[in-house]
Design a protein around this ligand. Sequence first.
Ligand SMILES: Nc1ncnc2c1ncn2[C@@H]1O[C@H](COP(=O)(O)OP(=O)(O)OP(=O)(O)O)[C@@H](O)[C@H]1O
Ligand SMILES: [Mg+2]
Length: 280
Amino acid sequence: MSAPLLAACELEHRYPGGVVALRDLSLNIERGRKLAILGANGSGKTTLLLHLNGTLRPTRGEIRLENHPARYDRRALNDWRRRVGLVLQEPDDQLFAATVGQDVSFGPLNLGLSKTDAEARVREALEALRIVPLAERPTHTLSFGQKKRAAIAGVLAMRPEILVLDEPTAGLDPHGVTHLLGALQQLHEAGTTLVFSTHDVELAYAWADEVAVFHDGAVLRQGEAVAVLADREVLRRARLRPPLLLELAQALDAGQGGFGESPPRSREALLALLRERLQG
Ligand SMILES: Nc1ncnc2c1ncn2[C@@H]1O[C@H](COP(=O)(O)OP(=O)(O)OP(=O)(O)O)[C@@H](O)[C@H]1O
Ligand SMILES: [Mg+2]
């Protein structure tokens, strides 16, 4: 098997003041997949994500990029951040330019693209997030959901190989969530590797290929989404509940042979199963 695109190897992170936020944490990010980092508040999700683009350095262990230990000199960091784009949990921590358009163009201009090419990138990113009409708006006047989209657009415009998003759906309305997932799905289909943190088991179940369950700064289990989310013991230890969709599907299917590896993972698929069972 080839080396993972990005890996965290036995990471420890101790914040100044002594809080140990990651302890012996190992995790693999495989090319072309959608990985959900699932964990309760304070389990270490944000701390880990900040290690994935070199914003934080581990106090022990290492990050590996295609099997090479990460380096933290300026050149290496620039190159690393070009490949791994991180969208922060709080959009206010990410947005800094006066207007949305200026904010989103910062990355491409910084990559050394011409003004015309940078403008094309900005346009593409604003379109992907459906915020073209907000281009001239001062960032501080945006609603939370609009800020979130603007922050994502800014990272998208860099066309990273790996897009890392910290709680991308938190604070978005249902339409906003559907729309964001659609945009991310398109990126995924174009080859972008996606990593996102969440405490929403339903989201992880419906959307991730793989899930890593965090608890107290360590990974309790990483694997295929359905297998991990059917592991009640792991979820209980992580203080999470199994996805309702999966529980309903299991209840509906009781004694009927099971679904193997592919239980319904969307509302529509579950409803279809329900109708089938009611008729049969
Ligand atoms: N700057 C900091 N200084 C000291 N401790 C910190 C700092 N940032 C986070 N921590 C601590 O590290 C632990 C992990 O925090 P982290 O933010 O990584 O969790 P999280 O899983 O992202 O939580 P949430 O779901 O609330 O976003 C927590 O105990 C937190 O209090
Ligand atoms: Mg967090």
